[in-house]
Write a protein that binds this ligand. Structure first.
Ligand code: HEM
Length: 349
């Protein structure tokens, strides 16, 4: 495994997902770190038997937990989610130390993995938000629009999502922002299809983007298409999923977006909630309320699998310097090629 191999962020769309956000109890950090080193193994245990279900799990670590796990270098763009309170709309910032984004073509596998993970974390961490998402027909969200069309594909997806040379110690990592939205479908459905299309900036049935001159300034697309200095659109990767409970008239969108910099997603949120220009806020927010908001760093796979080693960096300065890594096989079956692995000491195990 290369040190920059990413977690399974860029996987094909699945029929099911479970989104788990947890807070970690004070004093349980070391034990939680141990569990995190087992996430890949637990995923294999559940998913290996049904390969066609393509079970994946992405683990994100919040800003405060990162500091409790390590006093070493921190990912440049990792910070608590910033609340946005405008005159009309608010994007709240809610607690969250850990995110598990579990996806598969079958819900039972998502559930089984969620169960195994929470079993291991019982008494160490508390699930503060749990959402079971489903893929709707035509990839539509509960507002009735196809959601995800303009996500980057192929090489562009990796460029959009994965940290590179700008923060080499965390290359292969990513940032993820999640928000749980509920929609006022009664009011939304009272709009005509044409009015809904103006709110999004795309046609509803055929999912075609409107020409720029026809897109209102407060449409979702007008506010979320952001170009860089080179004139190219700056992209993020969204894996939104519908959720809800009909008996409670709860109709939701779990918004989840990955990017190589949190700042880009935050800029989009600024446009939506505060307006661009200020005051021109996103029309979909007139029918949508954000209930949660969290930001996480997604370590590359090797860093996650070896996350207990970060605690070595937090050891007192007087701790003995570990011997240099052997050039060849370390004797424990590993090749000792991970920079983090080299720093671990018995005390941390
Ligand atoms: C209430 C929750 C949301 C819903 C239902 C929603 C729905 C949609 C839909 C239907 C589209 C058009 C098709 C496509 O995916 O390309 C879209 C595009 C997009 N949305 Fe959202 N969205 C939501 C929240 C957000 C948030 C919070 C952000 C950013 C912080 C965002 C960023 C984007 C971006 C970047 C595009 C693509 C624009 C383009 O390149 O054309 N969305 N969204």
């Amino acid at each position: 495994m290369s040190a920059t191999e990413p977690q399974a962020i860029l996987t094909p769309l699945t029929e099911s997902a479970i989104f788990l956000v947890l807070t970690v109890n004070a004093g349980s950090e070391a034990e939680v770190a141990d569990v995190l080193t087992d996430v890949s193994g637990l995923k294999r245990s559940v998913g290996f038997r049904v390969p066609e279900a393509e079970l994946t799990c992405v683990t994100g670590i919040g800003s405060s937990l990162w500091d409790r796990l390590s006093t070493g270098p921190r990912p440049a763009d990792l910070h608590p989610f910033k609340e946005l309170a405008g005159s009309r709309h608010t994007a709240p910032s809610t607690p969250g130390d850990l995110l598990f984004h579990i996806r598969a073509h079958r819900f039972d596998l998502c559930f089984e993995l969620a169960q195994r993970l929470t079993e291991r974390l019982r008494g160490l961490a508390v699930v503060v938000d749990e959402v079971h998402g489903f893929r709707s027909f035509d990839e539509r969200d509960v507002l009735g629009f196809v959601d995800g069309t303009e996500n980057p594909e192929g090489e562009a997806a990796g460029v959009a999502v994965l940290i590179g040379d700008e923060d080499p110690a965390f290359a292969g990592g990513s940032y993820v922002i999640v928000q749980k939205y509920v929609h006022d479908l009664t009011s939304w459905d009272a709009l005509s299809t044409e009015e809904q299309e103006l709110a999004i900036g795309r046609t509803k049935l055929s999912d075609i983007e409107m020409p720029d001159e026809d897109k209102p300034a407060n449409s979702h697309l007008a506010l979320n298409v952001i170009t860089g200095p080179d004139g190219e659109e700056r992209q993020i990767m969204r894996f939104n999923m519908p959720f809800g409970q009909v008996g409670r008239a709860e109709f939701g969108t779990y918004y989840i977006a990955y990017a190589r910099t949190a700042e880009l997603i935050e800029l989009m949120l600024n446009h939506m909630f505060l307006g661009d220009p200020p005051g021109t806020t996103d029309r979909i927010l007139d029918f949508s309320t954000a209930l949660t908001g969290c930001l996480f760093f997604v370590p590359p796979l090797e860093m996650l699998d070896d996350i207990t080693s970060l605690r070595a960096e937090a050891a007192p300065a007087s701790a003995p310097t570990p011997p240099p890594a052997p050039a060849q096989n370390a004797g424990d079956g590993s090749l000792a090629i991970g920079s983090l692995r080299d720093h671990s000491t018995d005390a941390e195990r």
